[in-house]
Design a protein around this ligand. Structure first.
Ligand SMILES: Cc1cc2nc3c(=O)[nH]c(=O)nc-3n(C[C@H](O)[C@H](O)[C@H](O)COP(=O)(O)OP(=O)(O)OC[C@H]3O[C@@H](n4cnc5c(N)ncnc54)[C@H](O)[C@@H]3O)c2cc1C
Length: 460
């Protein structure tokens, strides 16, 4: 018998699973097929640092509203599941050695406050009311939001003695932290399956239309072709979103960028287990020895190691009690490239990341001579030119896209799935819907937003 579904979703990464969840569990659309050629959550969604934040200073507040909605939904899931995915609220701590950057922190925090990310509290001196307790921050809904701006060495040292003495300011957005993306995704998938969603293992090869609207999808499965008739098709193909768009002759304005991360056994305990996500905001030159410098200077291939590196190297502890693992990320050399299944990983990444991190955590220098064995992995950020997602209808009636989730697809997945479900079910749309639709690029007023976005960058 030919298969049929009310909605077919291509891609069982976090975006596709969230869409299936919000349609089925939250709205009762139960005849849904989720198709993936890989096991769920195994292409990009298991490569992330799994962090979240509502700290998104941007020109019109769309990203703050979107992330606040997503975090609300994640908190609902954490509450109902007994926090099965261990969501915490430790926050992100950005530090700088530059007084000028401290002002940028303040401006960004004022902007974030204006956009709805919560109040800014400024702490200048040791007697401040600033508090950070990891125990408290272990609660996903700890009653703290907004951001704390720490000014001066004393207040930073009092709370984070392990941070470089060069740091003169730090900003600590508080509705932020991390979680297990795998466990959140699997929880949502199980709930969706419990509400009738079927998973089909196979590859979407073509999408058919009839009279200008979606009529069916062909899926190849172990040499066979399955034809599934459906009036609704959701493209949640992650790095292949552009490719899948082309099956409908739709060109999606995205590109893919390879990003890496390293996992290390921090056997000396340089990153305290109760730390927030720690970020060094300043550009820097890597601390090489004189011998290393002259060796690198000799060759065209290695000379770049002596160039200035960008700000943004970051780390966090990973794992529960007894774990010494840390994650380190540093987007110092992002490669725009077409996605390939096993991306080429930079063999120098771990060494560079440890050296870069020593600007923030001088204790990391202990690893220069004897580096712990690194575990490297990587995946693709799918991005639009202004780094906002693409969520909404595609030009063929009955087709939708949920993609370009860049480096924020875990934190944004719930609001993204919720938004697609609203489109499919014809519900009212939230304020940010227009800013993420494919249509936005046709709006002349949107050019102004694009210009402002180019001037601001809080990418992480
Ligand atoms: C190093 C790194 C760090 C990150 N850190 C964070 C972070 O801290 N916080 C955060 O929120 N986000 C983070 N991200 C981003 C986040 O991981 C992604 O935005 C998110 O996982 C994207 O999910 P997705 O479902 O769109 O894509 P994917 O997880 O890639 O899923 C897409 C799925 O579509 C399937 N597919 C594609 N084409 C077809 C086809 N034709 N037929 C069948 N199936 C198909 C694929 O097999 C795949 O399973 C990070 C990403 C990376 C790489």
């Amino acid at each position: 018998m030919p298969m049929k579904a009310d909605v077919l979703i291509c891609g069982a990464g976090i975006a596709g699973i969230s869409t299936a969840y919000h349609l089925s569990v939250r709205r009762g659309v139960t005849d849904i097929i989720l198709v993936d050629e890989r096991p769920p959550l195994t292409l990009t969604s298991d490569k992330s640092t799994e962090c979240y934040r509502n700290w998104w200073p941007d020109p019109d507040g769309s990203m703050v509203a979107f992330m606040n909605r997503s975090i609300d939904l994640m908190e609902e899931l954490a509450r109902e599941s007994g926090n099965i995915f261990r969501m915490n609220r430790r926050g992100y701590l950005f530090a700088t050695a530059s007084k000028h950057k401290a002002e940028t922190f303040r401006e960004a925090a004022e902007e974030a406050e204006r956009l709805g990310a919560g109040p800014l509290r400024v702490h200048d001196g040791i007697d401040s009311t600033y508090r950070y307790s990891a125990e408290e921050a272990e609660e996903f809904d700890a009653p703290i939001s907004g951001a704390d701006l720490l000014l001066g060495r004393e207040v930073i040292e009092a709370h984070f003695p392990y941070i470089s003495k060069r740091a003169v300011a730090a900003i600590h957005p508080r509705r932020a932290g991390w979680l297990s993306a795998q466990q959140m995704g699997m929880y949502m998938l199980e709930q969706a399956r419990g509400h009738g969603v079927r998973f089909v293992s196979g590859r979407v090869e073509s999408v058919e239309t009839n009279g200008g609207r979606i009529s069916g999808v062909s899926v190849s499965k172990r040499g066979e072709t399955l034809r599934i008739s459906t009036p609704n098709f959701v493209n949640a193909a992650g790095p292949f979103v552009e490719h899948v768009g082309r099956l409908l002759d739709v060109s999606l304005p995205v590109f893919t960028e390879l990003h890496m991360k390293v996992i290390l056994n921090d056997y000396l305990g340089i990153v305290p287990r109760d730390a927030p996500l720690l970020i060094w905001s300043d550009p820097q030159y890597l601390p090489w020895s004189e011998d290393e410098k002259s060796f690198f200077a000799d060759s065209e291939e290695t000379r770049w190691l002596l160039d200035e590196f960008p700000g943004g190297v970051h780390t966090r502890p990973e794992g529960g009690p007894g774990s010494n693992m840390i994650l380190i990320l540093w987007d110092y050399r992002n490669r725009v490239m077409d996605p390939v299944p096993d991306p080429p990983l930079d063999p120098l990444y771990a060494e560079i990341a440890i050296r870069g991190l020593s600007a923030l955590l001088p204790g990391m220098r202990a690893y220069f001579e004897k580096m712990p064995k690194p575990i490297l992995d990587g995946g693709y950020y799918v991005k639009t030119e202004e780094n906002r997602p693409l969520i909404g209808p595609m030009p063929v009636e009955g087709s939708y896209v949920v993609g370009a989730l860049s480096g924020y697809g875990i934190m944004g997945a719930n609001a993204a799935g919720d938004l697609i479900a609203r489109y499919v079910c014809g519900e009212n749309l939230p304020s940010y819907a227009r800013s993420f639709s494919l249509e936005r690029y046709r709006d002349p007023g949107y050019r102004e937003i694009l210009r402002k976005l180019e001037e601001e960058s809080w990418e992480l």
